[in-house]
Design a binder for this molecule. Structure first.
Ligand SMILES: [Zn+2]
Ligand SMILES: [Zn+2]
Length: 262
C-alpha cells in the first residue's frame, strides 16, 4: 500500500455503512464495498455502522460482527486500507449514546450530532436561531466526548420544520461560538466532516460550506465521508470526490486520517 502523498488529498471515505446498519441496503456488504473501493483506487475505506440505544442495537451482536469484520480484514490483505469504526450519536446536550463494549472494538469514531429524526434524540428549538444553538451544543458535546474523532454531517440532520433547513440554520448561527468550537476541536484533534448531504444539495445546504471554510482557515482538520448506505452512493462519492478536493483546496495536511498504527 502506498503512503499518502503530502500534497494530494488521498481518496477516502471515513464514514461508510454496511448491512449491519438497519438503514443500509442488503447489497452493501463489507466485501462488496471493499471490492468497489479497490476498483476505484481508494486509499482508505472506514466503516462506521450505527450504534443506537440498547433497545434498538443488539450490542453484543454488533460488537461480535465488528470483531468478525476486523478478522476478515486482517486475513484478507486487501490492497486498500480498511478500518472498522462506528457512528455513535449525541442524545442531547451533554449526553451521548454510549456503549463501551462496541467502543472497545472500534478503530475510530464518528459522532452524529443531529440524528433528530430518532425518537431518543432531543430535538430542541422553535426558532431557527434556537435550533442552530442546539446544533452547536451537540457539536460541543461530541467534541468533549473523549472518543470522538470526527463530527458527522454538520447541519444536515433531518429537521422537521422546513424553516430549519441547513442554509437557514447556518445563517442563524453565532459565528463567534463556531470559532470557539474550532479551537476546542483542534485541542482535541476532532475533525469536521465534509459529506454528500452538504455538498450535493447546494440549494438546501450549500452555504454550510462556509463552516468548512472557517474550520480550515482556523487550522482545523476536515474528514471526508460518503455516508454511503448503498454501493451506488459510494460510487457517486468516488466520481464527485475531485470537486470537493478542488473546492476546499484539500491536501493531506488538512485532512484527518487515522494513525497508521490503527
Ligand atoms: Zn448519521
Ligand atoms: Zn452515517
Amino acid at each position: 500500500m502506498s503512503s499518502p502523498s503530502t500534497t494530494t488529498a488521498p481518496l477516502v471515505s471515513l464514514h461508510t455503512h454496511t448491512d449491519l446498519s438497519l438503514c443500509a441496503k442488503p447489497n452493501m456488504t463489507l466485501d462488496a464495498a471493499v471490492a468497489l473501493a479497490v476498483e476505484d483506487g481508494y486509499h482508505t475505506l472506514g466503516f462506521t455502522d450505527h450504534i443506537h440505544i440498547a433497545e434498538v442495537t443488539d450490542r453484543p451482536a454488533h460488537a461480535q460482527q465488528l470483531r468478525e469484520y476486523r478478522s476478515r480484514r486482517d486475513e484478507a490483505n486487501w490492497p486498500v486500507r480498511v478500518l472498522i469504526g462506528g457512528e455513535f450519536e449525541v442524545q442531547g446536550k451533554g449526553s451521548m449514546v454510549e456503549c463501551d463494549e462496541i467502543l472497545e472494538v472500534c478503530e475510530f469514531v464518528v459522532v452524529a450530532p443531529n440524528h433528530y429524526h430518532l425518537r431518543w434524540v432531543d430535538s430542541v428549538g422553535d426558532t431557527c436561531a434556537e435550533t442552530a444553538a442546539h446544533e452547536l451544543d451537540c457539536f460541543e458535546t461530541a467534541i468533549n466526548w473523549p472518543h470522538t474523532d470526527i463530527i458527522a454531517h454538520p447541519y444536515v440532520g433531518k429537521i422537521q420544520k422546513p424553516e430549519h433547513e441547513p442554509n437557514a440554520m447556518w445563517d442563524a448561527t453565532d459565528k463567534n461560538r463556531i470559532r470557539d468550537l474550532i479551537a476546542l476541536a483542534k485541542e482535541r484533534d476532532v475533525a469536521m466532516e465534509i459529506q454528500p448531504a452538504v455538498w450535493f444539495h447546494p440549494d438546501r445546504a450549500g452555504r454550510v460550506a462556509e463552516l468548512i471554510d472557517m474550520w480550515l482557515d482556523d487550522g482545523g482538520l476536515v474528514s471526508l465521508g460518503s455516508d454511503a448506505h448503498t454501493l451506488s452512493t459510494l460510487r457517486t462519492w468516488t466520481e464527485r470526490y475531485g470537486e470537493i478536493v478542488e473546492r476546499f483546496d484539500l491536501t493531506t495536511e488538512k485532512m484527518w486520517l487515522p494513525p497508521l498504527d490503527r
